[in-house]
Design a protein around this ligand. Sequence first.
Ligand SMILES: C[S@@+](CC[C@H](N)C(=O)[O-])C[C@H]1O[C@@H](n2cnc3c(N)ncnc32)[C@H](O)[C@@H]1O
Length: 228
Amino acid sequence: MTTSPAGANADTPAMVASRQRVLDAGLFSDLDLRLAESLADCGNIVEVGAGTGHHLAQVLEAHANAHGLATDVSSAAIRKAARVHPRMAAVVADTWAGLPIRTECMDAVLCVFAPRNRDEFARILRPDGRLVVVTPLPDHLHQLREMTGMIGIQPHKHDELVAGLESRFEIAGHEEVRTVVDLDGPTASDAVAMGPSAHHVRDVHVDGVEVTSAVEITTLIPRSSRSV
Ligand SMILES: C[S@@+](CC[C@H](N)C(=O)[O-])C[C@H]1O[C@@H](n2cnc3c(N)ncnc32)[C@H](O)[C@@H]1O
């Protein structure tokens, strides 16, 4: 693990702690099952913008021969990720500044709600590797948005994803994962405080609520260098 100053978009220690409690409450359990299935044959996996490394840890736990690396620009997040799983290493790195990873050595890049550096992902992936991206659907956490001033999901997220990656990747598959989870008041408040709204909405206290987690998993494969 290295340390460096947190970047402008780095999650703060308070956001990291809130996210950890929400992850522990099982909001993304179904997503993690699907990620473990779709990365079953991958030995070396990097999760970029990994936060606490929760999703990658679930994948590694399901596959005894897999090894993982978590990267994030937030040193508060990486301190957690460094301890989350015995087969996971963690390093502070800004995805936009280039990843400290050898060319063509990763079987998979996992990116959950985090910045995507197309050329860097293409560089570190083996030619037969894959990129797995998780993005929120428009109804993700909609109950909380209706109750608070939480930032909404842009309707064009998926188109934006494809447009940003298609010069180096082609889509190999996508699926939607929806889960409804009952959150108690403190955990529902954490679900607001863990995201970008934390910068705009202060001291949120909401009651317990049934919350929808609605996300899309898109799997992409590198275009062969001849077709780029
Ligand atoms: C919405 S959180 C998702 C965290 C984790 N993937 C998860 O789902 O639990 C976005 C993460 O991206 C990180 N991040 C933001 N900008 C980044 C950058 N330029 N390079 C690396 N990580 C970044 C934040 O620090 C934060 O941990």
